[in-house]
Design a protein around this ligand. Structure first.
Ligand SMILES: [Zn+2]
Length: 126
């Protein structure tokens, strides 16, 4: 379950997860408009305990890098809503390929065991 790694989520290994959090944010910003608190809750569901003091600067830095843009607010007190820019979408496509590659290396043994099981099943059927 997603909460099993909560203890480490943003404690002493924060720098390990900062890229994962950015990718997660980008993934959602490509799919739909996002806003700070909503995203903090979403990350919480995935086991990342993120404070507003850490998260808002992260959103701003992603905006400065051209990955996100904040949408126009009709009233100054409306919450700030972000979407991925075309550059953000491109960056996510490339990042997903890298995540896939990393994933297959991290889980090499699991994936190998799984396909071995499948092959064994196929042989048993015959
Ligand atoms: Zn999510």
């Amino acid at each position: 379950m997603p909460h099993s790694f909560r203890a480490d989520a943003l404690g002493e290994h924060r720098e390990l997860y900062s890229g994962l959090i950015r990718l997660h944010v980008l993934h959602h910003a490509v799919k739909e408009p996002i806003f700070g608190l909503g995203m903090i809750e979403e990350l919480g569901r995935h086991g990342y305990k993120v404070s507003p003091g850490m998260f808002y600067p992260l959103l701003h830095s992603m905006e400065e890098k051209g990955l996100l843009r904040s949408l126009h607010r009709s009233r100054p007190n409306d919450r700030r809503v972000y979407r991925a820019t075309p550059e953000g979408r491109r960056a996510l496509v490339i990042a997903k390929q890298r995540v896939r590659e990393l994933f297959s290396e991290l889980f090499e043994d699991v994936l190998a065991a799984r396909s071995a099981t499948k092959a064994a099943r196929r042989t048993n059927v015959r």
